[in-house]
Ligand binder design. Structure first.
Ligand code: XMP
Length: 525
């Protein structure tokens, strides 16, 4: 295991992912975790991440007392990256000071001693790397030596090979450090002697075993399928472990996309053989949403209604089985459970950073269900990989994310206004199909149509019209936290706009959203 202690860098997850991409299992925990949390994981290598802090500020995070002694006496390799290097230098008795020149962005470094961490580097003595730091190591602790310097003469890499302590002032994990991945590979395999061998097939087998050990032979498990990748892969995995003692429910809340229910149910039943009950609750949801225009209120109503339906499903099942279901499957992913060291002033706490509005259901009130979260150590791309092994159809795995409250956050204002839902469904279908036909679906994080409760004047077939305006939104993003709007070809936009106005009654104007996130959000509500 390679353990990453997170000190708040925006790149910390990337280190974890890069190492997993080398087929080595890595986990990330808060940099300030107690020593017992570190030792209980028994890592062979510990990486101290970067972070936005200065080791000189009062609230700068640090690793637990006793960590250095424990690492040394157990032969554990320690690599500090950026802030992690400075922390290591300071805690071992060296000196860190504000750099004379701050170093941000691409920078040349010169390898001075082609040994240790650079010993096997095939890229030569000069490298371009990504720096992002204000402080620098001014005096190294005893036993350390400088093995690379930046073009400005600042320390870029250090090591104390006897004690197995290493440090890089730059970020090897980002693609702007072209030789970074090679350096990490060499460090892990040649310097630390780590074995590659972590495979998604093994993850699947281990998870199946865990599920089988957790769920007794007469226990039943329930799962709400949203039609998204995470809950589908989680359910398919649990189904592989316990068969039809898994009971899934898919709720049509009247806010789904064009033919969504039919398409999703077909995948569940025909391709995945999942035992799914489809509940048509569209009337129930839409009657509760009538007249509601506040976006948060819409989300609350949808969340509450969902729990009621899930509750009823669980109780019905209990009647049928003569026994309460004992477990609930959730498709929670690793980024939702990682404890991180938030930057000061970010308003984030050390606790889990799950976005409450992004949890579709929540637990039914009185069911006292225990959770099964088989994906909780995986990143999204790893879930897709697992899905592939479980034979979840490829187009399904690559679907753009769809929010829990569905089209309710894509019809601005009252969702029951006129035939707003029908309009947005048709426009969305034309837009998405055109994107697929143009072969650009996989280059886009999310694309969709939004209904604006606004009418404008137009002229169609010599007739004056007074019809609705729709907008198209497509963004690129890594994780949905920030996003850029996607640049379509003009010819593509021209064709889509024409198709929409010619085929969707009630629309005479198509607009395009050209805002990134921030300042906008991806969804319009
Ligand atoms: P925003 O609009 O916050 O969206 O920039 C970021 C990502 O989250 C999705 N999203 C939601 N997902 N329930 C969900 O399950 C919600 O209430 C919700 N709101 C936004 C959004 O589609 C995007 O992928």
């Amino acid at each position: 295991l390679v353990l990453i202690l997170d000190f708040g860098s925006q790149y910390t997850h990337l280190i974890t992912r890069r190492i997993r991409a080398l087929s080595v299992f890595s986990l990330c925990i808060s940099g300030t975790s107690p020593l017992s949390s570190i030792t209980s994981l028994n890592p062979k290598v510990v990486i101290l991440s970067g972070g936005p802090h200065s080791v000189h500020s009062n609230d700068s995070p640090s690793f637990a007392d006793g960590f250095v002694d424990w690492a040394q006496s157990n032969g554990v390799f320690v690599l500090g990256i950026c802030y992690g290097l400075q922390l290591l230098v300071q805690r071992l008795g060296g000196e860190v000071r504000v750099g004379e020149k701050q170093e941000y962005g691409r920078m040349d470094i010169q390898v001075e001693k082609n040994c240790g961490i650079f010993g096997g580097n095939k890229v030569g003595d000069k490298q371009v790397v990504w720096m992002s730091h204000g402080d620098e190591a001014a005096r190294l602790p005893d036993g350390f030596e400088v093995v690379a310097r930046s073009q400005q003469g600042a320390v870029a890499a250090v090591e104390d090979r006897d004690r197995k302590f290493y440090g890089l002032q730059y970020h090897p994990e980002v693609t702007h450090s072209p030789e970074g991945m090679e350096t990490l590979r060499y460090f892990l395999f040649d310097v630390c002697g780590v074995n590659a061998g972590w495979k998604m097939e093994d993850v699947m087998d281990e998870e199946i075993q865990v599920i089988n050990n957790t769920v007794a032979p007469d226990d039943h498990v329930i799962c709400a399928l949203s039609g998204g990748v995470d809950s589908t892969v989680a359910a398919t995995l649990v189904h592989k472990a316990i068969g039809d003692r898994l009971h899934c429910v898919f709720v049509d809340n009247g806010l789904l996309r064009y033919k969504e229910r039919e398409r999703v149910m077909e995948t569940f039943e025909r391709d995945l053989h999942l035992p799914v009950t489809c509940v048509d609750a569209s009337e129930q949801f839409l009657s509760k949403l009538k007249g509601v225009v506040d976006p948060e209120m819409k989300r609350k109503i949808i969340g509450k209604e969902f729990i009621c339906i899930f509750d009823a499903f669980a109780h019905e099942l209990e009647q049928k089985l003569g026994k309460k279901p004992a477990f609930l499957v959730q498709g929670t992913l690793y980024p939702d459970v990682i404890e991180s060291c938030p930057p000061p002033g970010s308003g984030r706490t050390h606790s889990h950073t799950i976005k409450s509005h992004h949890n579709v259901g929540g637990l039914p009130k009185d069911m006292k269900l225990k959770l099964i979260e088989p994906l909780k150590l995986l990143f999204k791309d790893e879930v897709r990989q697992l899905g592939r092994i479980l034979k979840v159809p490829e187009p399904f795995l690559k679907r753009h994310p769809f929010p829990g409250p569905g089209l309710a956050v894509r019809v601005l204002g009252d969702v029951t206004e006129g035939n707003a839902l029908d309009i947005v469904r048709q426009v969305d279908e034309i837009f998405i199909q055109s994107i697929k036909d143009a072969g650009i679906y996989d280059s886009i994080w999310q694309a969709f149509a939004v209904f604006l409760p606004v009418k404008s004047v137009g002229v169609q077939g010599d007739q004056r019209t007074h019809s609705y305006v729709v907008t198209l939104r497509a963004v690129t993003s890594q994780d949905g936290m920030t996003a850029d709007w996607y640049c379509f070809e003009n010819s593509f936009l021209k064709e889509v706009s024409q198709k929409i106005c010619n085929n969707v009654r009630g629309v005479n104007r198509v607009t395009l959203d050209i805002t990134s996130k921030p300042p906008s959000t991806i969804e319009w509500e």
